[in-house]
Design a protein around this ligand. Sequence first.
Ligand SMILES: [Zn+2]
Length: 235
Amino acid sequence: MQTKTKWSPGPGAKVLGVALTNNDGWVVSAAGPAFGICPDCGRRTRNRHGWSNRSLQDLPVQGKTVTVKLRLSRWRCAHQKCERQTFTDRLPTIASPYARRTRRVSEIVGLLGHSAGGRPGERLMRRLGMPVSDDTILRQLKRDAARAHRDATIRVVGIDDWSWRRSWRYGTMIVDLERRSVVDILEDRSVASVARWLEQHPSVEIVSRDRCGLYAQAAREGAPQARQVADRFHL
Ligand SMILES: [Zn+2]
């Protein structure tokens, strides 16, 4: 029982079994809670309407991938005055609604993508037993960036290359230098896309970029109001 608890992807998921397969690594079968709590009226129900299954990539074990097959319930709200008829277990501490990996794996994807870039991040994640594609890394970075900067006014940006899909292809990373965090990842490295991004963010007052002409040109076109400085890392 103790061992099974350790395989759990998080609170609310009860582990039913663990098996090591030849092709898919560890497969953990788990089920959601034995009762539901209606998101509208807050009452408990044990009136099950059906099942739904989710497959989530979780942290590796012994260098092998772990896939959690999570069986969730669809419940019927029994309260007469409640307008909601059915709802599904959510378990937000384990994974976001449509995610294909657990939150704790998504966090690592974001951290590695941020520091290593797309292709090296993909290689490293594979070695660590958490294979993800570079597209997934890019999407995760964009999601994290959008969440962190939903209401922020961006004044000072740093623009730099970001190695994406195969080492010969580069994207562009845009960093809020005041908050020291990534605001966006663009899929290519072109004057047009960087200029467009800058046009959409008229609050930018200072653009820090490398000494190559591409980002300088983009800043001239997209943010003529901004002052340009050459990034000290590129001097
Ligand atoms: Zn209800």
